[in-house]
Design a protein around this ligand. Structure first.
Ligand code: ADP
Ligand code: MG
Length: 930
């Protein structure tokens, strides 16, 4: 029997935590109960999920699920009955706290299937004593499909990403990405190549990725896919290209997806995979997704994962938001605004016109402080419209979500009015204003008159409809409340007529209302004449319980009235929710517009507060920053009371008539490289990063921390630090450094901005110097990109003599009585020495060690008179002269033959023995070749 747990009501009407009643799994040893049968069937249909099986006020977990959950959640593991002679482990979580437990399970990588009771237990009982309440899974909870505020970070998007691959017969595979935030309805699609795939995924930072089984086990991609968090492989049909268009159109209830724009087949495949997965996890409920928006390749600044973490854009290397660029610049006052800002920061634009539109919106607010602060005050009160909307549409909303819609629509209209009062309304704000006005005022007014002032968390609690809104509801409520009063009066009357002062009328789910007296008074009611009125129901240890005809009648009346009142409220809720769903497109647009306004006003606030300037962004290759500052370090120093020293940086192409001895056709157009030398702690790394961050800020449409900035859009940004500690991934740090440097040298084009910080530090001096040297030459001659290169190899400054676009800069330091003072000032020229010993002294090395080191240095310097770098410059041919060696030279002929021999092997058609023999044969050839 799995009837609902009894509800115990005390005199005050408060519900007490009932004792947990759980069913016996077996009637007799070995026989499976109907309930267990049902459980096993549902579990079998959801093998990859933990099954939350609803029983009354609890979700119960059984068998392995129970063991996993009890360990993950730290809750007690109990046993209940036996299944096939074995104890059944069980644990449970109460309904009211299930969100919290879900959150923890999802966070450690589990998926949960939520199985509800689909009928009233009373209905099941009508079918016979042994019949089981109908249950089924109503939702799969996965990391990428969350909608509850309690499960989500308000200030971050939570994306579900589908990754589809088109196998190209010839050379490169191509990939499509489709991603949604189910909680806000955002839906995007794009295509990319192999080289940018990882960067795209790093930008989106999905909470969950879905791929096809085949792709997941592809030997080339498996290691990468397994290194990502929360990747869910799905059966082929989800990624079936042939049915993709139809599935997508069906989801949106349109005949064809043509009206959404032109998508490639592979994009349709990814988009269809997303909606199919949504339908599966939401079990038929359809969240209000916007139609997919195609993102053109190259529309955003490509920033790979290493650069993102290295620049600490969204979070620090330690994984925290605090200390990141996002935290330093976020002045938004709404969750949606904060999400938008994070999105923009993760994906700066590359189209100068679009960037200028965003900047115009910021400028409008910079120019009108009064309007801005007034707007922000109003925005502060704005609810999270998008997320409330989603919950309502998929049937997971509560009364407070309806209130959020009402408040959101009102705020939107107010904000629109304020915007129209701005001196100048640029394009983005004009568009926002139109969207804000599209909010449905009638709907908001209706919600306002329907909703009570104080709202319960759940629909099922009732009491959220305002008195006076619906006369039939008022009637039912009056009846219910009146009857309760009558019961109280009845208790008084019974106490008087029986003379039992302690007589009480109580309620529980089994007996309903009953008269309750202590055992000593029981006798009195059981005897004449009172037994004519009081009908015995139950005798407990200390209590005897009775009912009366009058009480029975009243009870029926109360139950009916309360039930009717709740039913009427739920009806009203559904009607209002349906009205909200109908208006969902306009509501979502208003929500987006609120976020846009918040982001622009926040960036204006930041600009004024921190004295940022509007950057000039265009299609040139300029990169001229005057008085640039590091946005994060500057704020950190400001808190400590220290000043930040501003520095210029100019990587713009040389003027046409630049009088450089080597200037020629080769140099024209391309940007410059700055080589920065200087001792440790002088501020090299800070300078490098601040310029990268200024580019990111400018292209996301923000003002920048500088006196003036002129930036020709950057299409790819690379930032690497030598010998970064990557022991966590188990790779040699030097190896990582080289892999990452290789990626840059292979990928950076003329529009790229490259930041290399002490490359070559992770190996022996001469190795390191040689690699750094060759890298600079490659950047200058081949990549021809704008770059900043910090190094402790002073020898490299000699390169400026041969590379016309290489500029030497150094960090100014002052020596003061044998100590070094860092001025954090970038000046032209080369550092002549590294001040390593002075820095070591600052760090507190014992004086005896410092003295000894000085002695050793003096000797070494005396012996090393001829500068090795000078010699290199004179002896080495210029890098360009060694350009493009032919891939196979004569000496490689033997190797080529070996490669051909391997290519001729067909491992799939070989027996293990043949394979081994082939291996021996190859090995033998190798020995001969050498
Ligand atoms: P390097 O890379 O040359 O070793 P860093 O860039 O790591 O030096 O800077 C060391 C410290 O110097 C930073 O933590 C910061 O506190 C301070 N610093 C760097 N640049 C500046 C600056 N422009 N103004 C003020 N302080 C700075
Ligand atoms: Mg450094």
């Amino acid at each position: 029997m799995d009837a609902a747990r009894p509800i115990v009501v005390d005199e005050t009407g408060a519900t007490k935590e009932p004792d947990r009643v759980t069913p016996k799994a077996t009637d007799d040893v070995g026989r499976v109960t109907p309930m267990m049968e049902q459980y096993i069937e549902i579990k079998a249909a959801n093998p990859d999920c933990l099954l939350f099986y609803r029983m009354g006020d609890f979700y119960e977990l059984f068998f392995d699920d129970a063991e996993i959950a009890s360990r993950a959640l730290g809750i007690v593991l109990t046993k209940r009955g036996k299944h096939l002679g074995r104890d059944i482990p069980m644990c449970g979580v109460p309904i009211e706290r299930s969100d919290e437990y879900l959150h923890r399970l999802i966070a450690v990588g589990h998926r949960v299937a939520v199985c509800e009771q689909l009928e009233d237990p009373a209905e099941a009982r009508k079918r016979g004593a042994k019949s089981v309440v109908r249950r089924d899974v109503v939702r799969l909870v996965t990391p990428g499909t969350l909608t509850e505020d309690t499960l989500l970070d308000a200030r971050r998007n939570n994306y579900l990403l589908a990754l589809a691959r088109a196998r190209a017969s010839s050379d490169e595979d191509s990939f499509a990405l489709a991603w949604i935030d189910i909680s806000t309805g955002e839906f995007r699609v794009g295509e990319c190549g192999r080289a940018t795939l990882a960067a795209e995924i790093a930008r989106i930072e999905p909470g969950e990725i879905i791929v096809s089984d085949a792709f997941y086990s592809d030997h080339e991609f498996a290691p990468y896919l397994r290194s990502l968090p929360a990747v869910t492989p799905l059966t082929r049909d989800v990624f079936d290209g042939a049915t993709a268009e139809r599935r997508l159109a069906f989801f949106f209830g349109v005949a064809t997806t043509a009206s959404f724009g032109a998508f490639s087949r592979i994009e349709l495949t990814a988009a269809a995979a997303v909606v199919t997965y949504v339908e599966r996890t939401q079990v038929g409920k359809r969240p209000p997704l916007s139609p997919p928006v195609r993102q053109a390749a190259g529309a955003t600044l490509a920033i790979d994962q290493a650069t993102r973490s290295n620049l600490e854009l969204i979070r620090t290397l330690g994984g925290e938001r605090r200390g990141s660029l996002l935290a330093a610049i976020d002045r938004t006052v709404t969750a949606a605004g904060s999400r938008l800002l994070a999105q923009r920061l993760a994906a700066p634009l590359t189209d100068p016109a679009e960037i200028r539109h965003r900047l115009d919106a910021v400028t409008a607010f910079v120019g009108d402080t009064a309007a801005r602060s007034d707007l922000r005050d109003r925005l502060k009160a704005a609810p999270d419209l998008a997320r409330a909307l989603t919950r309502i549409v998929i049937g997971r909303g509560g009364p407070r979500d309806l209130a959020a819609i009402r408040d959101g629509i009102f705020t939107a209209a107010e904000i629109a009015d304020r915007l129209s009062a701005l001196a100048e309304v640029p394009r983005d704000l004009t568009m926002a204003m139109a969207a804000l006005r599209r909010g449905d005022g009638t709907l908001a007014a209706e919600l306002n008159s329907a909703l009570a002032d104080e709202l319960p968390a759940f629909r099922r609690d009732g009491g959220f409809v305002r008195g006076g809104y619906a006369p039939p509801l008022d009637e039912a409520r009056a009846l219910r409340d009146e009857s309760r009063r009558v019961i109280a009066a009845l208790q008084v009357r019974y106490a008087e007529t029986t003379g039992i002062r302690t007589l009480k009328i109580r309620h529980n789910n089994v007996l309903g209302y009953f008269v309750d007296v202590t055992a000593q008074h029981g006798e009195k009611l059981l005897g004449a004449p009172l037994n004519a009125t009081f009908i015995h129901r139950q005798t407990l240890a200390g209590q005897v319980r009775f009912t009366t005809t009058e009480l029975g009648e009243l009870e029926a009346k109360i139950a009916n009235a309360a039930e009717r009142a709740l039913a009427l409220e739920l009806e009203i809720f559904d009607r209002l929710a349906a009205a909200v769903a109908t208006a969902s497109v306009a509501i979502k647009q208003a929500a987006d517009a609120l976020a846009t306004v918040d982001a622009a006003a926040a960036l204006a606030t930041l600009a004024l507060e921190r004295n940022y300037v509007r950057p000039e962004v265009d299609a040139s290759l300029s990169f001229a920053i005057a008085g640039g500052r590091h946005p994060v370090v500057e704020q950190a120093l400001a808190n400590d009371g220290g000043p930040f020293v501003a520095n210029d940086c100019d990587l713009s192409p040389l003027p046409a008539a630049y009088p450089h001895p080597h200037a020629g056709e080769e140099t024209e157009g391309a940007g410059r490289i700055w080589l920065i030398t200087g001792p440790n702690m002088a501020g090299k790394s800070t300078f490098l990063r601040q310029n990268a961050l200024i580019a990111v800020l400018a292209q996301m449409g923000s003002y920048v921390p500088a006196r003036a900035a002129h930036i020709g859009v950057v299409d790819r940004l690379f930032s690497r630090v030598g010998a970064a500690d990557d022991l966590a991934r188990g790779r040699s740090t030097f190896m990582v450094e080289m892999v990452e440097t290789a990626a840059i040298l292979n990928q950076a084009g003329e529009r790229a901005l490259v930041i290399l910080d002490e490359i070559g530090r992770g190996t022996a001096t001469f190795d390191g110097l040689s690699i750094a040297w060759a890298t600079i030459e490659h950047l200058h001659e081949r990549n021809r990109c704008r770059a900043l290169f910090a190094t402790h190899f002073h020898e490299m400054t000699a390169l400026a003599a041969k590379l016309p676009r290489l500029h030497n800069a150094t960090m100014r330091v002052k020596e003061w009585q044998g100590d070094v003072v860092f001025l954090h000032e970038v000046v032209p020229g080369a550092a002549d020495r590294s001040y390593g010993i002075q820095v070591a002294k600052l760090a507190g090395l014992p004086p005896s060690v410092i003295d000894r080191a000085k002695l050793v240095l003096a000797r070494l310097e005396a012996e090393d008179r001829i500068s090795p770098a000078r010699k290199l410059i004179d002896d080495l041919p210029l890098f360009s002269a060694t350009r493009a060696p032919s891939p196979v030279t004569q000496a490689d002929a033997g190797l080529t033959a070996l490669v051909e021999a391997i290519a001729a092997l067909h491992p799939d058609e070989m027996s293990p023995r043949e394979a081994l023999e082939a291996l021996y044969a190859l090995k033998a050839r190798l020995v001969r070749a050498n």
